[in-house]
Write a new protein. Structure first.
Length: 84
């Protein structure tokens, strides 16, 4: 018995062909073509990439604003600690 559960040889090829036919019919009914699918996946990747950089910009902005308060307070605390 095959460990993958899919079989082997001619039976496997026939099952893959039938499954490919069924999936192809469903995708065509949904008006999804290979070019359309690749285009949508590329567009999704581009949006995720831009979203990542937009969130980085958002986080960096808050870090800089917070650092304007935290760093001087930390510096003053260090100076007073060394004076004692």
């Amino acid at each position: 018995m095959d460990k993958t559960g899919l079989g082997s040889g001619v039976g496997l090829v026939v099952r893959l062909l039938v499954l490919s036919l069924v999936v192809g019919v469903v995708l065509t009914a949904l008006d999804i073509t290979p070019v359309n699918l690749i285009s949508k996946v590329t567009l999704l990747a581009r949006h995720l990439y831009e979203l990542g950089f937009a969130s980085f910009h958002w986080v960096a902005q808050y870090v800089l604003v917070g650092a304007m308060v935290v760093v001087p307070v930390w510096l003053i605390a260090r100076l007073f600690k060394q004076v004692k």
